[in-house]
Design a protein around this ligand. Structure first.
Ligand code: DHE
Length: 549
């Protein structure tokens, strides 16, 4: 595996010193440390933290890892766990040697990652196409039905026309690109890489291109924009994992405006937490406000951007560890998973307070943005799946007209078969069905099916197996076969008549996007393009702009 210096020179150069001194029985060479640091960043830091204190995954601090020992750690890294830890060896992402290296590395104390200042950030800022040279009107007809598709392992975004199903453009982005979000008008698609590189693609161009980019931090997962009508297309926001911070930017140039550190105190035990990372961010449509999950401290920050240099932040105590979430049907309540404690926290963005911490009745809730249904029986409800168990839950979200159902799990169903592994669930007002994936379930059959839930009965009414021809394994250079993981993530086209999913393959070969009719559930088309390497998240312009799910 090639070593990329995404962590920066400071980390790489200090590794050899600190870590080798701390290790008693385990010694790694400087080269091995560099490689292991990179692999840790690529594969482990997201769930276990840069400082290895744990979050979605457990703590990997050296003292704890040592209790397991190299052989047990190798086994876990190779085969994964039923709780959602991927089997990195089994999926071919790590070789035998890399698995052993990582088992040793996590028994050595974590090196301290570098900080980042405004001056560092500014050095990386590039306006690639100035505003005055960009199109004055859309040059393509269907741009509001474009999909931005994450090509995770190659760090690119494919822009696909939702009407013609043609790949219009493939645009470079940050390392192991994570998600995209649109501005309020939908014109620009904002992209965040795991290396903290934010970029923006102009969808009005005949062939969409990046028009600006900036490295906001060293590790990030979230990006959004100002969606209040008075601030339409004015600001963008990046949420960083490391250094843990919120970075605000000009929306048309990505010029950095302000950095706010999120290192702070846990809401309950009031312990200082250096690594208080920014997880989901969502923009209010009603107020000049971003709703920001601070993962480790269990607080949701309501970040008022009306005075961008002097932001007002309301810190709402919720629960730990906050991860992803989305709006309820009214877009007043933010429904978010506190996955370490199996809780869905509900934040009232009008009153600026916590409404409820609802036990999710499953293990590790993972909603993505979740799903909204206007149920005949229960009124407006919001739903989530779980990584660690097969439970799908629906919570009542209308305290005025359905007070008896509000902030309660009104319905819980089970996906068929043992174990969890669900990552995303999606709906659209024009589709009678909700769609759920299960790409991290260890059972091959369960992993490669789509689960269809009827919006009226709220029962799983069908499972759609992915045809074998779309799951053919890739071959490594030494002839080893590596299977793809099955479908991951769903997104609808603008009118909700189609639902798109992608096969989560690996870097060795392209993987298709499968498009189903959202009413008949027939496979309508397949986008099979050799540029589609590891397609994961898919973001339709209209649905992302309007927060439709
Ligand atoms: Fe994600 C959303 C963090 C791994 C695909 N992911 C999110 C959000 C967070 C997050 C905080 C919410 C962002 C928001 O709404 O502002 N993701 C993390 C991790 O920390 C984690 C667990 C481990 C890591 O090292 O990054 C992780 N995520 C993944 C993947 O491996 C996925 C499945 C594939 C990929 O391409 O990276 C993945 N995450 C996604 C997607 C969304 C997302 C597609 C947006 C869902 C949506 O519909 O809005």
């Amino acid at each position: 595996m090639k070593i990329r210096r995404v962590l920066g020179i400071l980390t790489i150069s200090c590794l050899g010193l600190t870590s080798l001194v701390n290790a008693k029985e385990i010694k790694l060479s400087k080269e091995e440390m560099q490689k292991a640091t990179q692999v840790y960043f690529d594969r482990c830091a997201g769930c276990h933290g840069m400082l290895r204190k744990g979050a979605l995954g457990p703590s990997l601090e050296a003292t704890r890892s040592k209790e397991f020992g190299t052989e047990t750690l190798k086994h876990i890294i190779n085969f994964g766990t039923p709780g959602g830890m991927p089997g990195w060896g089994k999926t071919g992402e790590l070789t035998k040697e890399e698995t052993e290296l990582m088992a040793k590395y996590i028994q050595i104390e974590a090196p301290l990652p570098p900080e980042k200042s405004m001056a560092d950030m500014k050095k990386s800022h590039k306006i690639l196409i100035p505003v005055k040279d960009r199109p004055k009107a859309p040059e393509a007809e269907n741009w509001k039905d474009y999909f931005a598709v994450i090509l995770r392992d190659v760090g690119e975004i494919a822009i696909i026309d939702g009407v013609t199903k043609k790949v219009v453009s493939v645009v470079p982005s940050g390392f192991a690109t994570h998600i995209t979000r649109t501005g309020a008008s939908g014109r620009y698609m904002y992209v965040i890489g795991r290396d903290g590189k934010a970029s923006m693609i102009d969808l009005w161009m005949k062939v969409p291109k990046n028009v600006a980019e900036i490295r906001t931090c060293n590790d990030a997962r979230a990006i959004d924009t100002s969606k209040h009508p008075d601030y339409k297309d004015k600001y963008a926001i990046v949420g960083c994992y490391w250094p843990p911070s919120i970075v605000t930017l000009e929306a048309d140039t990505l010029e950095p405006l302000k950095i706010v550190s999120t290192a702070s105190y846990t809401y309950d035990t009031q312990e200082f937490t250096r690594e208080a990372r920014v997880a989901a961010i969502i923009a209010s449509h009603e107020r000049p406000e971003w709703v920001v999950n601070i993962k480790e401290t269990g607080q949701v920050w309501l970040y008022d951007y009306s005075d961008i240099k002097n932001p007002k932040i309301t810190m709402v105590d919720a629960e730990r560890y906050l991860h992803d979430g989305g709006w309820d049907l009214s877009k007043r309540y933010f429904m978010t998973a506190a996955n370490a404690r199996n809780i869905i926290s509900v934040i009232d963005t009008v009153k600026g307070n916590l409404v409820a911490n609802i036990p999710s009745q499953g293990i590790k809730p993972h909603p993505g943005r979740g799903v909204n249904v206007n149920s005949k029986k229960y009124g407006p409800i919001w739903g989530s799946g779980h990584i660690g168990s097969n439970d799908i839950i629906f919570i009542g979200t209308d305290p005025v007209n359905y007070p008896q159902n509000a902030w309660k799990v009104v319905k819980k169903i089970s996906l068929p078969g043992e174990g969890g592994g669900n990552l995303f669930i999606k709906g659209h007002p024009n589709s009678p069905y909700i769609f759920a994936d299960r790409p991290v379930n260890p059972d091959r059959k369960l992993q490669t099916q789509i689960y269809v839930i009827d919006k009226e009965s709220l029962e799983v009414v069908k499972t759609i197996p992915i045809p074998k021809k779309y799951l053919t394994p890739a071959k490594t250079e030494d002839g080893k076969e590596v299977a793809s993981r099955g479908p991951v993530h769903f997104e609808f086209n603008a009118d909700g008549s189609e639902v798109w999913t992608s096969i989560w393959g690996n870097k060795l070969k392209a993987s298709p996007i499968l498009i189903y009719d959202s009413k008949t559930l027939e496979l309508k088309s397949v986008i099979d393009d050799k540029r589609l390497i590891t397609p994961t998240g898919k973001f339709n312009v209209t649905n992302t702009m309007t927060d439709t799910y």
